[in-house]
Design a protein around this ligand. Structure first.
Ligand SMILES: Cc1cc2nc3c(=O)[nH]c(=O)nc-3n(C[C@H](O)[C@H](O)[C@H](O)COP(=O)(O)OP(=O)(O)OC[C@H]3O[C@@H](n4cnc5c(N)ncnc54)[C@H](O)[C@@H]3O)c2cc1C
Length: 417
């Protein structure tokens, strides 16, 4: 029986596995995590809106009903493509077909001080650390008597005006204004500062101008200070430096200014583009190795002269495609090149406020927000997760409460030693 090995059970790898299940092939899934993570909702874990468990799903629970599909928890370290062999921590695995779907990591663009001091959101643990940092800062500010120090503790700088930065800024503003304002009577509602810095002259560059303007105005009305044409160039534990020499006293810096391909790409004997992505042919395979598919954030492929973006719909469609292409090849049938069908883009800003462009039409406000809610629930994996997320959202909508205001980091209350 031919063996297909899939590296990474994110949006792309999962779809490839589903397409191959029960088709008479052995499918081996490898991931260094034992769960599939719904990354678009990480920011809601970081801002105390959702429990971490509700945006992750155990891979074994998912694949146990899929005939011929097996999972192994393993970090993949490299590959000998000529001999169709993968190197994993502590061993090797041979394959007939390989699907590389290892995703991406945060890109700090070589800014070492920022990498040292900033928080990012790529893994579940990052979201919990960020939540601890935010809630811990409020606790420290509540007992701080020096107004300047208190102000720095309550200043949150977010870098990157893409969907993650915008969504995080909106959620952060609501957390401070609606929820924490009630928890901390010793702080003034106007004290927390949420600053969103974007290097270009606009937010949400992938969306039409009308929606960019809506997002900008909405965030400003929510109290977010939006700094356009502003680059964050360095950071210290209690200060963030801008390109024009301005220093913003702030204890929390959240970096969402870019991603690059997962480090696995650097360990493979293949060419890479800027951002470390692996260029693939129109059928998503490596030029010298038609048995190796690269999909999702890891792959670089252009359509109409423009690179496909590193977003979930691209990864999902490429995963489906890779699975079906492998089956076709296995049966000796021809298969057309990959084509991405763009169904739209969206981002939420806050309560009853989102922007979306679907089938060439622009939506903003309540309707776009409902669509955003519905689609995220639909794509979440597992009935329990959907139910818990829906309950959390409804509870917050009705009572302005975010239930997960837990600091799980030791030592926030000081030490007696
Ligand atoms: C905070 C955040 C918000 C986002 N919001 C949106 C959004 O609103 N809409 C949208 O469309 N996209 C969004 N994205 C992007 C989207 O999540 C990615 O484009 C998508 O996850 C890419 O899918 P993938 O299958 O390529 O990789 P991933 O889903 O990242 O999966 C990669 C998998 O590979 C595993 N892996 C990596 N390296 C190894 C290794 N060496 N060995 C074993 N396993 C490995 C990882 O553990 C992971 O499970 C967001 C991303 C982030 C981080």
């Amino acid at each position: 029986m031919k063996r297909v090995v899939i590296v990474g059970v994110g949006f792309g790898g999962l779809r490839a596995a589903r397409a191959l299940a029960g088709q008479g092939m052995e499918v081996m899934l490898l991931d260094r995590q034992n769960y599939h993570l719904f990354q678009p909702l990480l920011y809601q874990v970081a801002t105390a809106g959702l429990e971490q468990e509700s945006i992750a799903y155990p891979i074994r629970a998912m694949v146990r009903r899929w005939e011929g599909v097996h999972f192994r928890l393993a970090e993949v370290c490299g590959a000998d493509l000529a001999n169709r062999r993968l190197f994993i921590a502590g061993g090797t695995i041979d394959y007939d077909y390989l699907v590389l779907a290892a995703g991406s990591v945060t890109n700090f663009f070589g800014l070492a001080s920022i990498e040292r001091h900033a928080r990012d959101l790529k893994m579940l643990g990052h979201a919990v650390e960020l939540r601890n940092q935010i809630l811990g800062s409020f606790e420290r500010a509540a007992r701080e008597t020096d107004p300047a120090k208190r102000r720095a503790l309550l200043t949150f700088v977010i870098v990157g005006g893409g969907p993650t930065g915008v969504e995080f800024a909106g959620a952060m503003a609501e957390l401070a204004r609606f929820v924490l304002a009630k928890d901390y009577p010793e702080l003034r509602v106007s004290e927390p500062r949420i600053i969103l810095a974007e290097a270009t002259d606009r937010l949400l560059a992938a969306l039409p101008e009308e929606l960019q303007r809506y997002a900008l105005e909405k965030l400003k009305r929510m109290g977010v200070e939006v700094l356009l044409d502003t680059r964050v160039t360095a950071a210290e534990p209690e200060r963030v430096m801008l390109h024009d020499g301005t220093a913003i006293p702030a204890h929390t810096l959240f970096w969402s200014a870019g991603v690059r391909a997962a480090p696995l790409a650097d360990a493979l004997p293949v060419p890479r583009t800027s951002g470390g992505r692996i260029p693939v042919a129109a059928d998503l395979t490596l030029a010298e190795h038609p048995e190796v598919f690269v999909i999702g954030d890891l792959a670089y492929v252009e359509q109409g002269g423009v690179p496909l973006p590193m977003v979930a719909p691209v990864a999902m469609q490429q995963g489906d495609y890779a699975g079906r292409a492998i089956l076709a090849r296995h049966l000796g049938k021809p298969f057309p090149p990959f084509r991405f069908h763009d169904k739209g883009t969206m981002a939420t800003i806050g309560r009853s406020a989102a922007v979306a462009t679907v089938a060439g039409k622009n939506f903003s406000g309540y309707l776009a927000w409902l669509v955003w809610l519905g689609l995220h629930l639909y794509y979440l994996i597992g009935f329990r997760n959907r139910l818990f997320v829906l309950l959390n959202w409804a509870y917050y909508y009705l009572f302005y409460e975010r239930q997960v205001r837990l600091i799980t980091r030791e030592g926030e209350g000081g030490s007696c030693q």
